[in-house]
Design a protein. Sequence first.
Length: 155
Amino acid sequence: MIELSASRLPALLVKAAVAALLIHAGSMERAWPQSGAGMFSARPLTTTSGAEIYRRICQGCHMPDGKGAIGAGRYPALAGDRALSSAQFMAITLLKGRRNMPAFGGNGDAGLFFSLPTLSDEQIAAVINYVRTNFGNRYKGPITAAEVKALRGPR
């Protein structure tokens, strides 16, 4: 018997929502056959293009226009989000996860029955810089891979 505590419920709900998305993963990969790698692909994501990383991983929740969505969950808009004025906030969110956003820094979750992609410092910097300068955002001061590495901490 699995013991369920109230503190684990949000994480379990996120895992269930992601599992439901897996049902559609095959059709998503067929829709983007040229992409080769993405959120649900077993192949590693090798691009360092912020736009490509956003398209392959982020837009599934935050939408192609960055305006977010509400449905099976709440996916915040990235367009016009003042929190994005801090590139460090974004980096920590991508590295460690936040609330219902999964971590892409390689922290892993033994409770998941699949693996999320681990993004490199260069990839995280690229997608942050892309989001901060697109979707109507005009935040200055790009983040570097070295800054992301410092925020990641020891591996």
